[in-house]
Design a protein around this ligand. Structure first.
Ligand SMILES: O=P(O)(O)OC[C@H]1O[C@](O)(CO)[C@@H](O)[C@@H]1O
Length: 402
């Protein structure tokens, strides 16, 4: 039964049960300009467009002052994920520390020897604005990335900092690639990442191809995003990445499943999860759900099937012959597949593909992004509007006015 306003939650809609029939057909509303599928399908074009803007923005000045002491990527939500992406693309051999800073301002140690990349899709988040202001005050090299004609752009102009415009056509989470590419290109100017033009072109091509595979008109049996959405329906997804790169993709999937599909998700890197969190496989949503498989139980008396965990494992076996990054240790990913099998927990495995780390990351992010939208649509949710986020902002504002 659709959720209603009886509960006092105006704007909250949706159906507890995921109906696969809602995924049949072309998904007209979502495909329209401004719709969720339209926004995700624009990832490749957006990456190319913003790469072009970044080239025009004058990032080259960063190279003139040489390598910084540290790079801080400041922002929240999707903007902060760009910092995680920079960390993984720069890799463990990056000569300077790179950190994603997710709260207002910048760490106390940041000074003139450092670079701050302030990222905000809207150009308005208080965290990114405070970071840009503090960076300018302390004499750090500043690059601001976000919506044109925004407070962030004005602040960058006042500070005589480089500003890379990222046109705003959709919510921040749908603009991951547009926000990411200037961050990576700034780091390339600083000599921290190797990213050839061909890598950018190949990544954009992969985003285009995945958008084509996952388009609304493609039915579930040929559409990996619809298939995964229905596999996850009614479960508690546990998304683990078998390498640092795959871990970033896992956390991104967690962001998208929570915001678009409103699913609780456990997401992270297996290296860490393997030391503790795998314990949940033996809990009430894991192996203990088997206890409810009582063959003598009266189906009329019993409740619905218990909610179960479902593992999504992103594997990244690295690139043979690339000695810039140590090959990931695949034993943990093998082990978690085995643990899942022993406990009767479904585990969907996806492998990174592509010839550079950015493309490999895209291969683990693009189709799961679509999955989060299809899972929302199957529940009759609007993936583009997240009432809890707007309500939270309202509560905070009314709290600060009191
Ligand atoms: O990138 P922005 O516009 O600074 O927004 C930061 C975050 O805030 C949100 O808009 C939620 O308030 C997220 O969707 C977003 O990632």
């Amino acid at each position: 039964m659709p959720h209603s306003e009886e509960a006092g939650l105006a704007g909250v809609t949706g159906d507890r049960h995921a109906d696969p029939e809602r995924l049949d057909g072309p998904q007209e509303a979502s495909n329209r300009p401004g719709g969720a599928l339209w926004a995700l399908a624009a990832a490749g074009p957006q990456l190319r467009e913003v790469a072009h803007f970044a080239a025009e923005a004058g990032l080259g000045v960063l190279a003139q002052e040489g390598r910084p002491r540290a790079v801080v990527v400041a922002g929240v939500g999707t903007a902060a994920r760009t910092g995680d992406i920079l960390q993984t693309v720069a890799g463990p051999r990056c000569p300077v520390p790179v950190m994603a800073h997710r709260s207002a301002g910048i760490p106390g140690w940041v000074g003139a020897a450092d670079v701050v990349l302030a990222v905000s899709a809207s150009g308005r988040s208080p965290e990114a604005l405070a970071a840009a202001e503090a960076a300018a005050r302390r004499g750090a090299r500043l690059v601001a990335i976000g919506a044109p004609d925004s407070p962030l752009q004005s602040l960058a102009e006042r500070a005589r900092a480089v500003f890379v415009p990222v046109p705003r056509t959709a919510p921040a989470r749908m603009s991951l690639w547009g926000l990411t590419v200037p961050v990576l290109l700034a780091a390339r100017e600083l000599g921290l990442v190797r990213l050839a033009e061909a890598d950018i072109a190949e990544t954009a091509r992969r985003l285009d191809e995945d958008a084509e595979r996952c388009r609304g008109e493609a039915d579930s049996f040929v559409n990996p995003a619809k298939e995964l959405a229905m596999n996850l329906a009614g479960t508690i997804p546990v998304v683990w990445g078998g390498s640092p790169l795959a871990g970033v993709a896992a956390r991104r999937f967690g962001d998208m499943l929570a915001a678009n599909s409103r699913y609780p998700v456990i997401a992270g890197e297996l290296g860490e999860a393997g030391r503790g969190r795998v314990g949940l496989l033996d809990g009430v949503f894991g192996s203990l759900t088997r206890q409810s498989n009582d063959i003598f139980a009266d189906p009329l008396e019993g409740d619905e099937q218990p909610t179960r965990l479902r593992i999504v494992l992103f594997r990244d076996d690295g690139l043979e012959g690339d000695d810039s990054v140590p090959l990931p240790d695949s034993r943990r990913a093998d082990a978690v597949e085995k643990l899942a099998e022993e406990r009767g927990i479904h585990c969907d495995v996806f492998k990174a593909e592509g010839g550079c780390s950015l493309e490999r990351l895209a291969s683990l992010i693009a189709f799961p992004d679509f999955t989060s939208v299809y899972l929302a649509l199957a529940h009759n949710l609007d993936p583009m509007s997240v009432p809890a986020v707007s309500d939270m902002k309202d509560h905070i504002h009314s709290g600060s006015r009191q």
